[in-house]
Design a protein around this ligand. Structure first.
Ligand code: GLN
Length: 538
């Protein structure tokens, strides 16, 4: 799956939707993505620039499209589903240093391209289909080696096993009153120049595309008419599989591979999801108090998980983004922005800026019985709030913000991963050194979280460098904070909940990453349910 004309066309969603459709036909799919940038992974990139960093069970910091893949197919994404130019080069250079190339001159072709090809192919061969999305836009200098690699791959696989799908844009020109096909023609030409001949086009447009236009594209781009598929703006991302199916996407993909006996598909689950989004029975407002609020992609999985919680409760969840850093120096004012919301959520975050506003938001939620959900940083802020305002530790803070007298949240210097011990220090690299990926936690019997999960043992994904200091456990428990989830060795607090509050839970991990529309995360279902109850009280 390549993209042309402009970026942000929704290739990731289209790939995910196609994956879901093929899966609904009974096929197994692997979705993967090649990113053209030089960072080894997006873990070190600012959420302002790159949006959310998605974390997999096996501890990869990956592109957020992997989140779409997992949400649409339910197949847990893994580290080997995402790579970047940086990682490809790193791996080739490591092999070169080891002497693996036996004296050869290392070149883009074949060494870099071979590495890319081996990433794309399903190594264990368990998937019927591999859908590989090429990040960036055709014509970018960065993506040239990727284009060359997939050209070779297409040639090796042949028409029966390889298909190039190209997503383009038909812009609407108001003064001419029509959708324009020229950019599409040019981007297909660009692809052909790289030796890649797309056999299926997905044409993004903000309105109906006339038959004439579709025919024109088919004619100019050398593509079967029925394989020029309109991909119009959808009202919800979960409508995309249904909308693309209605336009014939999966049928045409199967046809391209010469598959004529594919099983019929059942899309009733997707229809029910879309129905609940279209016709909610009520509405709640949740405030998200963070600092990356002007780019909603920064909280992609979180937004989706809240939507899933809404789907489960038959309500629409309206999100109110509150940028806490705007209140630095006058934190008390943040309270005005939180009036009339039915739930407050402080999501993952980094750095001191905006932290005091978040702490104030926690206090407001706690004192006013507003459902509070703290995720990672949001747990840490809740603990600092309790330490300061309930335990009398006025100087309580996180050592993430510098030296402090009471580092109630401190740098994690060692922890257990499987059978080995991970160790970190202040001077380590920042890339890939956090506590990353799935870790088990043991829930305290009789706690609210044990009831919500309906389990004593859970596994959730982490991405953090600091942790709640277990040495303050007794003091915090006396102040009403129950440590209801701990790492199996009992050393790392994973979940804290307040016993004197209708719904106040903080978790050190990121539950939003595993939520799916057809399998919403229990914490989000329960949080939205609490917000619904709150909305009935006001
Ligand atoms: N900055 C905090 C830490 O590193 C929280 C990270 C997060 O919220 N993901 O521990």
């Amino acid at each position: 799956m390549t993209g042309g004309v402009v970026s942000s066309l929704g290739k990731g969603l289209a790939s995910a939707a196609l994956g879901a459709l093929l899966q609904a036909r009974g096929y197994s799919v692997r979705l993967c993505k090649l990113d053209p940038y030089l960072n080894v992974d997006p873990g070190t990139m600012s959420p302002f620039q790159h949006g959310e960093v998605y974390v997999t069970d096996d501890g990869a910091e990956a592109d957020l499209d992997l989140g779409h893949y997992e949400r649409f197919t339910g197949r847990p994404a893994v580290k080997s589903d995402n790579t970047t130019t940086g990682r490809i080069y790193l791996s080739v250079l490591q092999k070169e240093r080891r002497g693996d190339y036996l004296g050869a001159t290392i070149q883009v072709i074949p060494h870099i391209t071979d590495e890319i090809k081996s990433f794309v192919m399903d190594k264990d061969g368990t998937a019927d289909f591999v859908i590989c999305e090429i990040g960036g836009t055709v014509g970018d200098i960065e993506s040239l080696p990727f284009m060359e690699a997939i050209r070779q791959l297409g040639n090796e696989l042949g028409r029966e096993r390889g298909l190039f799908i190209h997503m383009t844009l038909l812009p609407y020109i108001p003064t001419a009153g029509e959708l324009k096909t020229k950019p599409t023609q040019h981007s297909v030409k660009e692809l052909m120049g790289a030796g890649i001949r797309p056999r299926l086009l997905l044409c993004r447009a903000d309105r109906e595309i006339e038959e004439d236009e579709l025919r024109k594209i088919a004619l100019f781009c050398n593509i079967d008419e029925e394989k020029v598929i309109p991909a119009l703006d959808a009202f919800s991302i979960y409508d995309v599989p249904l909308a693309y199916h209605a336009e014939g996407l999966d049928d045409q993909v199967l046809d391209s591979f010469g598959i004529t006996d594919a099983p019929e598909l059942d899309l009733s689950t997707w229809k029910e999801i879309v129905h609940r989004i279209k016709e909610p029975e009520g509405e709640v407002t949740i405030a998200i108090v963070g600092k990356y609020t002007n780019l909603t992609d920064s909280y992609k999985s979180l937004n989706e998980a809240l939507t899933h919680g809404g789907i489960a409760n038959h309500v629409k969840v309206k999100l109110k983004f509150v940028d806490s850093s705007e209140f630095d120096g006058h934190e008390d004012d943040i309270v005005d922005a939180l009036k009339n919301v039915h739930g407050i959520l402080v999501p993952g975050g980094f750095g001191e800026r905006g932290a005091e506003g978040k702490i104030k938001a926690v206090q407001y939620a706690r004192e006013n019985n507003i459902p509070y959900f703290g995720i990672c940083f949001g747990l840490q802020m809740a603990i600092i709030e309790a330490a300061r305002n309930l335990c009398g530790l006025k100087n309580a803070n996180s050592s993430e913000f510098g030296e402090c007298e009471e580092s109630i949240v401190g740098l994690m210097t060692e922890w257990v991963k499987g059978n080995s011990k991970e160790e970190r220090s202040d001077s380590d690299d920042l890339g890939g050194t956090m506590r990353l990926g799935a870790y088990p936690a043991t829930l305290v019997k009789g706690s609210k979280v044990a009831e919500i999960y309906g389990a004593d043992e859970i596994s959730e994904r982490h991405r953090h460098r600091y942790e709640v200091n277990i040495n303050y456990k007794d003091q915090l428990e006396k102040a009403g904070f129950k440590f209801s989830g701990l790492s199996p060795d009992g050393r790392l607090p994973e979940i804290c909940e307040r016993e004197d509050h209708p719904w106040f839970i903080g978790v050190q991990y990121h539950p939003e990453l595993k939520s799916k529309p057809f399998d919403p995360h229990p914490l989000f279902v329960s949080f939205v349910e609490a917000a619904v109850q709150k909305s009935r009280l006001v």
